[in-house]
Design a protein around this ligand. Structure first.
Ligand SMILES: Nc1ncnc2c1ncn2[C@@H]1O[C@H](COP(=O)(O)OP(=O)(O)OP(=O)(O)O)[C@@H](O)[C@H]1O
Length: 766
């Protein structure tokens, strides 16, 4: 294939662009940087040396960007410029390629030249070659344990079987129901993702409260009812999780409708929550912040009877900075506890901590909240195994049947597009990206209507010579676009995924991140969960923890997680309760390849279910079959060029792309310190990255100031975030772990990036 473009991250030859004598506009720092760069370029320019220097640099480190010491680069001339090559015949009489005004700050690079090679020569092993492993989080259908012989009442067990279609307990449920029904000691429930931890604590808890009813019956002939007192509080880090837990709880309680549960999670008027508390509840599901608020301000919240406190998603609670609130809650519950009037209520409170991972911060939470806790695991024999050291404990975290693969790709776009062209059975997929801006950009990109754009362009051409579009046309166009999105979603978070769809296989696209208002998040998640059609959800880590989204077949980490724990949670959205699942992570050539070792550690067997997918195969399969190599490369290039044109033609989208690039670079700097050698921002190839966002700008020139669009909706939250704790919690839902953000090295790195990128000073991940 002809080299149709130019290289990225090289300075432009002075024969093409003369260094400017004066620098105007931008901040003083912009001007100073530009001046320095210009001076540097002039002093460094020695004909013939540039390319050799570039080669040397590349051989040392394929991704490294040499800020300030870039070799001289020859700029391509117009006639070989792929940018001006039409990707599709243009309708209308004029078939001349569209001439975009050349911006000297722009580069057009080739997709297939100058890409760094993967360091690791390991042969790609396709997913289908991976060994099938026995599921480790499935219900134990063949086992001897049933819900009844674990100690649940026949009434509750029958309800689980007939109404909830739960035939047998999972391993963690077996262990925890046995323990929590007969013992009063605190407990730490740890089991892999999708193993049924919610029911593992809810079932014994509900059974214990049902038993209180029996005790009361004997003495007073009255059942426990909503006024008998609040017996249990369940805390979870996000509203979504609280709602999910509350739905499961309500479903169980349909067989014991005299026990009343409710939520206090914010997002609605405090007055209605107070009214709910006043009416009386026996089990309360809450977010920590909101519970603290009610403990301080709502008299109707009476906690003297609370005998069970559950801390679900313990690691996330700590990551989101709830430590202080949790400490306060535990203290207040201790201080306000009184002997209960209700017969059968235990004298001491049992606290249950629940987590899929066992990090330092979970242990710390254990220290704050638990006393002499029992460690409940799916396989109790592991507990007594003296050989089991910390490393082993940490390694048994990924459901064994989950097939993971990784692809080493330069940071360029079409890989993602083609991953989703319906390959066989993929019906529901989740794609994790680094931050909200990146999600929004890709959502627009993958839902864009190319036919309409084509039509619009040809209409514009026909009008050539006239005054251009009048106001009415623009309005019609906007209305039409809005109308189309509204058909699927009133909030603009659901749209046809045209980039992934074929006429026979439509795919629906969803987007989710923490900057969306709560009602929009809830509606979007609901739609994705209920959908029986093929759909893809592009999201940030707001969807990584605890969410139980049914039948997710594939998880893609377009941007790797900020910590290996986040990765465990992300991929845990698939392969749940014994089902099959696949996960794919995109890594860039260079230091990111070392992350493969971290992926392997997730498996008991050293990673037989982990395979490498050939990046070119992804493109070949999608862009034109295996036989004509040239063909797929050209088609891929055309697609990329088309996407770049789309961004250039639409100022709104161009700004989105720039904003996404900028936010992504900032987010990249916050990988957890233990993994920063694998995600080293100094090795991040900013030129390739810019291309991933359909940008032709020089990376150093990308600077989008101000708040992201749509931020108005959550402006209040942002004000709060600047001023106080509550806001920080909200923001933290999308940000990487707080330990990272506060990490000194990350801070320095971000400061450095800001310097180079002339970026805004707000770390806007939300
Ligand atoms: N015994 C069972 N039989 C069949 N399905 C079950 C059983 N127990 C739980 N499930 C289902 O498994 C799914 C996952 O449960 P749950 O969300 O509690 O997992 P989890 O271990 O908490 O996962 P995560 O760590 O990701 O939060 C739910 O849809 C739940 O209804």
């Amino acid at each position: 294939m002809a080299d149709d473009g130019m290289l990225m991250n090289f300075s432009i030859g002075d024969s093409v662009i003369k260094p400017e004598a004066k620098f105007k506009g931008g901040t003083w720092r912009d001007r100073l940087t530009a001046k320095k760069r210009s001076a540097h370029r002039v002093s460094e320019k020695e004909p013939g040396d540039g390319e050799a220097a570039a080669r040397n640099a590349a051989s040392k480190n394929p991704n490294q960007i040499q800020l300030g010491t870039r070799p001289v680069k020859r700029q391509r001339t117009e006639d070989t410029d792929s940018f001006n090559r039409p990707s599709a015949p243009r309708s209308g009489g004029d078939r001349r390629p569209q001439q975009h005004p050349r911006d000297p700050r722009q580069f057009i690079s080739s997709l297939f030249s100058s890409n760094p090679e993967a360091r690791n020569p390991e042969e790609p092993k396709e997913e289908r070659d991976a060994e099938d492993a026995k599921p480790t989080n499935a219900p134990l259908i063949d086992g001897l344990d049933t819900f009844t012989n674990l100690g649940l009442s026949p009434n509750l067990a029958a309800h689980l079987l007939t109404k909830l279609e739960l035939k047998a307990p999972t391993a963690i449920q077996t262990s925890s129901i046995t323990q929590l029904l007969k013992e009063e000691s605190d407990a730490f429930i740890q089991a892999e993702t999708g193993s049924g931890k919610t029911l593992a604590y809810l079932l014994p808890l509900v059974q214990r409260i049902m038993d209180l009813s029996k005790a009361k019956n004997e003495h007073t002939d009255t059942q426990v009812h909503r006024d008998s007192g609040l017996f249990a509080i369940i805390l979870a880090p996000t509203r979504e999780l609280c709602k999910q837990i509350s739905v499961v709880l309500e479903n169980i309680l349909r067989c014991a409708n005299w026990i009343v549960c409710g939520t206090v999670i914010g997002g609605e008027k405090k007055k209605s929550e107070k009214a709910r508390l006043r009416k009386g509840l026996n089990i309360l599901v809450a977010t920590p912040g909101r519970l603290v608020d009610h403990l301080d301000n709502t008299e109707a919240l009476e906690v003297s009877n609370v005998r069970w406190l559950v801390l679900d998603e313990g690691d996330r609670l700590m990551d989101m900075g709830f430590e202080e609130e949790l400490q306060g809650i535990v203290k207040k519950l201790d201080a306000r506890q009184r002997p209960s009037r209700v017969p059968g209520v235990p004298t001491r409170r049992t606290t249950i901590l629940c987590s899929a991972t066992l990090k330092m911060n979970v242990q710390k939470l254990g220290e704050i909240s638990l006393k002499d806790a029992v460690h409940i695991k799916a396989d109790p024999s592991e507990e007594d195994d003296e050989k089991s050291n910390k490393e082993e404990e940490e390694s048994f975290r990924v459901p064994a049947q989950l097939k993971q693969s990784y692809a080493i790709v330069p940071a360029k776009l079409p890989y993602l597009k083609r991953t989703f062209m319906r390959k066989g059975s993929v019906m529901k997929a989740i794609v994790f990206m680094s931050c909200a801006d990146v999600v929004d950009f890709h959502f627009e990109l993958f839902s864009r209507n190319q036919d309409r754009e084509q039509q619009r362009k040809s209409d514009e051409e026909e009008k050539d010579g006239k005054d251009g579009k009048d106001g009415k046309d623009e309005k019609d166009e906007k209305d039409e676009k809005d109308e189309e999105k509204e058909k699927l979603s009133a909030h603009g978070t659901i749209a046809p995924g045209r980039a992934f769809s074929t006429p026979t296989n439509p795919v629906i696209l969803h987007r989710l991140h923490g900057s969306l208002p709560q009602n929009v998040r809830t509606a979007t998640l609901g739609s994705f969960s209920r959908s029986t059609e093929a759909c893809v959800m592009i999201c940030t880590d707001v969807a990584s923890r605890g969410l139980d989204l049914p039948n997710v077949d594939l998880v893609v980490e377009y941007d790797p997680a900020f910590s290996s724990d986040d990765h465990t949670h992300r991929i845990g959205r698939t392969a749940r309760v014994g089902r099959d699942g696949r996960a794919l992570v995109f890594l860039q050539p260079g230091c990111e390849e070392n992350y493969v070792e971290v992926l392997k550690r997730g498996y008991r067997d050293g990673g037989k279910a982990l395979t490498r997918t050939d990046a070119n195969e992804i493109l070949k399969r999608g862009f034109g079959g295996n036989d004509k190599k040239k063909n797929w490369e050209e088609k891929t290039t055309d697609w990329q060029i088309d996407v770049e044109r789309w961004a250039l033609d639409n100022p709104d989208y161009l700004e989105m792309a720039r904003r996404a690039f900028q936010s992504h670079v900032r987010a990249y700097a916050t990988h957890t310190s233990a993994e920063r050698s694998m995600f080293n921002i100094k090795e991040l190839h900013l030129g390739h990255l810019a291309k991933s966002f359909a940008l032709r700008d020089r990376p150093g020139k990308i600077n989008v100031p101000g708040l992201r669009p749509g931020q108005e909706d959550t402006k209040k939250d942002f004000k709060a975030a600047r001023n106080g704790v509550a806001g920080n919690k909200r923001k933290a839902e999308d940000a990487p772990s707080s330990t990272n953000v506060t990490d000194e090295a990350a801070r320095k790195m971000r400061a450095k990036m800001r310097e180079h990128m002339s970026g805004a000073n707000e770390f806007n991940l939300a």
